[in-house]
Design a binder for this molecule. Structure first.
Ligand code: GLY
Ligand code: MN
Ligand code: MN
Length: 458
């Protein structure tokens, strides 16, 4: 973890920004895999990590914004804990390492909160995403109606959106592991291999770097299935693989990269055309991203570039800027251009996508693709985000739009049939918004056609 003073300063700021009352941030608990004692690997809640840094289950952080008191609720290890898990720190040692002045038994949390409520203090908390904490919160607060605090939600977003140098260094650590992962994936992807053979090696690299993956890997010859978690295909020459892979650092900062790699080691002529268009969309978006520009504008620019490329391939016809405004490229890129990145791969998504990614006056679009844009707001120095345009040929979506005659003045559905089995292509990197522009984070993973082909032939 960082030094205690880092967390103490963050908590002071949070209490000040939230205003008054009790701020309650429960940490996560073990989650059962198939029975209680067999658990998923533990993953701490990211806001708890941000404000307390403690990477163990069974704790809650409480701040009294009125008095300035801070309390870590938890428990001291029992002899049974020590027998099964080895020597464990005392609760007061844990609190001290995070600069928290007081400790109390976890079992006393309900009484503490009830007492505060009786005194008229509001209790601020976030919407829990694990059922055990939903049930616990209802119990602690004595009501089945959970009302998450908008003030606390916004105050946390206001802090976590701006990454410090310490945090950027952590993200870059995870990107170094992800760089190793891509080197491995590009060298080992070959005709005849199963996707899961490569995924096994990838996950091992994250583990060997004392981390884990930041999200479930995507590694599929069916890259047009956007969140494809099936790895059972035998890879064949002529196919290409969407590889969306990102490791977490030891301190749980995420990385989130995508490369699309040809199984044979060489892109086909059609794949080259598609790839070049995606790469151009990526480059245009990266050049446009800077303080003062909205990320919605960057998304529309990427869409416009994709419309231009697909027009050159004979799939679209008309004015590319108009097509972007109308949402025509949503057939080919039905997801957003990117999202914030930090302790979560979709950073702070549990706090509410619109709170995180939209500003006052920005309506969320209902257009295919634009409605999935998680980050639309004006970019500011210190934001870390992904840039991840793609082109996908999704047969059921093509058939749906064709049967509806949707945008038929712009889409050459006959020509599009020639591409319906081409799969998908995405390129994704992580960027820091600086004072003047956007800087790619981490080492350069092969990205151009030439770089990818060369990396596959080493
Ligand atoms: N890896 C998930 C995403 O790119 O959003
Ligand atoms: Mn990704
Ligand atoms: Mn992403």
């Amino acid at each position: 973890m960082f030094q205690a003073s880092v967390y103490a300063q963050r908590r002071r700021q949070l209490a000040q920004n939230t205003g008054n009352g009790i701020l309650l941030l429960p940490g996560n608990n073990y989650q059962p895999f198939n029975y209680t004692a067999n658990t998923f690997p533990f993953r701490q809640d990211s806001s708890f990590l941000y404000f307390a840094g403690l990477d163990l289950p069974g704790m809650a952080l409480v701040m009294d914004a009125d008095s300035g008191n801070e309390i870590l609720f938890g428990h001291d290890p029992t002899i049974d804990d020590v027998i099964w898990e080895g020597p464990l720190p005392s609760l007061s040692d844990l609190a001290a390492s995070a600069g928290i002045g007081h400790t109390k038994e976890y079992a006393d949390l309900a009484a503490y909160l009830q007492n505060a409520i009786a005194k008229g203090q509001p209790v601020h908390y976030l919407m829990p995403y694990h059922s055990d904490l939903k049930i616990a919160l209802a119990d602690w607060l004595g009501t089945p109606e959970l009302t998450p605090s908008v003030a606390l939600t916004k105050a946390i977003i206001a802090q976590r959106s701006y990454k410090s140098d310490l945090e950027i260094a952590q993200i870059e650590r995870s990107l170094h592991t992800t760089f190793d992962i891509y080197r491995y994936a590009m060298q080992h992807t070959k005709p005849g291999k199963k996707e899961y053979e490569i995924v096994g090696g990838i996950v091992g690299i994250a583990g060997a770097a004392h981390g884990q993956m930041a999200y479930t890997p995507i590694f599929s010859v069916n890259g047009h299935v956007l969140h494809n978690h099936h790895y059972g295909n035998t890879m064949q020459a002529g196919q290409w693989v969407v590889a969306d892979l990102g490791a977490e650092s030891e301190m749980h900062y995420a990385s989130d990269l995508t490369r699309t790699i040809p199984v044979s080691g060489k892109f086909s002529p059609v794949q080259r055309d598609i790839y070049q268009t995606v790469l151009q969309a990526y480059t245009n978006a990266a050049e446009a991203a800077r303080p003062g520009t909205t990320y919605r504008e960057c998304h529309l620019l990427a869409w416009q570039t994709i419309a231009e490329g697909l027009t050159n391939m004979g799939i679209l016809k008309g004015d590319a800027a108009e097509m972007a405004q109308l949402g025509v490229p949503g057939l080919f890129m039905p997801h957003g251009l990117g999202h914030m990145l930090g302790l979560d791969v979709h950073d702070m998504e549990n706090l509410g996508e619109n709170h995180v990614g939209y500003e006052a006056g920005q309506e969320r679009s209902t257009l295919m693709g634009l409605k999935s844009l998680r980050l639309a707001r004006t970019l500011e120095t210190g934001f870390v985000l992904t840039i991840e345009p793609g082109i996908y040929f999704i047969p059921p979506l093509i058939d749906r739009w064709a049967s509806e005659g949707k945008f038929k003045d712009f889409i050459n559905y006959d020509r599009l049939q020639d591409f319906r089995n081409e799969g998908g292509c995405r390129i994704e990197d992580n960027y820091l918004i600086t004072d003047a522009d956007a800087r790619m984070l981490g080492p350069q993973v092969p990205r151009t056609i030439e770089e990818v082909e060369q990396a596959m032939h080493i």
